[in-house]
Design a protein around this ligand. Structure first.
Ligand code: NAD
Length: 320
C-alpha cells in the first residue's frame, strides 16, 4: 500500500486529491495549517488509512513512516489571500517548498509540485505550451504568487538535478468544483454565489479576458497520472475550452435561471488577458485529456450546492 503526503490537503484541490488517493488504497497523510483550507473539506473521510496533521509547511515537517509520494499543494492560491498575506505567499513558495522537497529527498519519495498557469503571467503566446517562459511582473501585486511558484519550480528542478530527487511539476490552469470557498474571489464560485442569491454578477473590465476552466475530477486524474509517470519537466493540466469571463457569467445566469444582471467593475492590476493551456504534452506523455465540459461541470457544481428539490435537470442550453 503506497503512502502519500498531501500538503494543502484540507483545501479545495487537496481534499479532492485525498479522496481520490484513498479510493486507490493509498495511506494518506494530509498536512495543512488551515490558513485557507477547512476541516469541513475532509470531515467526511472516515478511513483509518487517513491522518491529518495541523502543520505550517514553513516549518520543518517530521514524518515517522515511509512515504512514497509527496504532493505539495500548500499555497495561498486565491488573489484575495495572497494580496492579504503577501509575505506568507512567498514563504510558503520558498521555505514551504524546501521543506516538502526535503521530506521527499529524505524518504526517497516521488515529489509533485502544484504549480500554476500564472507562471506564464499575461502571455504573449497563445495557447501556452510548457516551453513558453512567461511574461510576469515581479513587482506587481500578483508577483508574490507568480514569482513564488516560479521560484518553487526552479527549486524543484534544482533538487532533481543536484540531489537526485524524483520530481514532477504540474502547471494547473483554472479549476473549479465543489468545496471552493464562495467568497474566495475566483470567478466560478463568485458568479454562482451571486446568481443563487439573485445578486448582480460582477465582471471585471469588459469581461473580454479569457480563461479555460477545468472540472476538478479531470484535474485530479491528470495530477495523479503525472505523479505516477516518470516525467520531470512541467506539464500543463487544464481544459483548453476557452471562454471570456462575460460568456462564463452569461452561462451561469442561464444554468441557475437567475434574473440577476451583469455589472462591470475595474480590472485588477496585471490581470491576464488570455489563458488557454496547450495540452499536447499531457495527451502524449500521460494519455490525459479532460472529459467534462464547462456546462456539465457547472451543472455538477450547482447540483452539489442546491437542495435536491431545486436542482437543474434540463439539458444545458448552448453557451452561445
Ligand atoms: P486552497 O486555498 O483551497 O488550498 C490551499 C491549501 O493550502 C489550503 O488548505 C491552505 O490552508 C493550505 N496552506 C496554505 N499555506 C499553508 C502552509 N504554510 N502550510 C500548510 N498548509 C498551507 O487552494 P486550491 O485551489 O486547492 O489550490 C491548491 C494548489 O493548486 C495551490 O498550490 C495552488 O497554487 C494550485 N493551483 C490551483 C488552481 C485552481 O484553479 N484551483 C490553479 C492553479 C494552481
Amino acid at each position: 500500500m503506497a503512502t502519500s503526503v498531501v500538503t494543502g490537503g484540507a483545501g479545495f484541490l487537496g481534499s479532492h486529491l485525498c479522496d481520490y488517493l484513498l479510493a486507490r488504497n493509498h495511506r494518506l497523510i494530509c498536512v495543512d495549517n488551515l490558513e485557507t483550507g477547512s476541516l469541513q473539506n475532509i470531515e467526511h473521510i472516515r478511513d483509518p488509512a487517513f491522518t491529518f496533521r495541523n502543520h505550517d509547511m514553513i516549518e520543518h515537517l517530521e514524518i515517522d513512516e515511509p512515504v512514497d509520494f509527496v504532493y505539495h499543494l500548500a499555497a495561498l492560491a486565491s488573489p484575495i489571500d495572497y494580496l492579504r498575506l503577501p509575505l506568507h505567499s512567498l514563504k510558503v513558495g520558498s521555505y514551504g517548498t524546501h521543506n516538502a522537497l526535503g521530506l521527499a529527498k529524505f524518504k526517497r519519495a516521488r515529489f509533485l509540485l502544484a504549480s500554476t498557469s500564472e507562471v506564464y503571467g499575461d502571455p504573449e503566446q497563445h495557447p501556452q505550451p510548457e516551453t513558453y517562459w512567461g511574461n510576469v511582473n515581479p513587482v506587481g501585486p500578483r508577483g508574490v504568487y507568480d514569482e513564488a511558484k516560479r521560484y518553487a519550480e526552479a527549486l524543484t528542478m534544482a533538487y532533481h538535478g543536484q540531489q537526485g530527487v524524483d520530481t514532477a511539476i504540474v502547471r494547473i490552469f483554472n479549476t473549479y468544483g465543489p468545496r471552493m470557498r464562495p467568497n474566495d474571489g475566483r470567478a466560478v464560485p463568485t458568479f454562482i454565489r451571486q446568481a443563487l442569491k439573485n445578486k448582480p454578477l460582477t465582471v471585471f473590465g469588459t469581461g473580454a479576458q479569457t480563461r479555460s476552466f477545468c472540472y476538478v475530477d479531470d484535474l485530479i486524474r491528470g495530477l495523479v497520472l503525472l505523479a505516477e509517470s516518470g516525467e520531470h519537466l512541467p506539464v500543463n493540466i487544464g481544459n483548453p475550452e476557452e471562454r471570456t469571463l462575460l460568456e462564463l457569467a452569461e452561462l451561469v445566469q442561464q444554468l441557475v435561471g437567475t434574473s440577476s444582471e451583469i455589472v462591470f467593475e475595474a480590472l485588477p492590476v496585471d490581470d491576464p488577458q488570455i489563458r488557454q493551456p496547450d495540452i499536447t504534452k499531457a495527451r502524449q506523455v500521460l494519455g490525459w485529456e479532460p472529459e467534462i465540459g464547462i456546462e456539465e461541470g457547472l451543472l455538477r457544481l450547482l447540483a452539489d450546492q442546491q437542495p435536491e428539490t431545486n436542482r437543474p435537470t434540463a439539458p444545458p442550453p448552448s453557451a452561445g
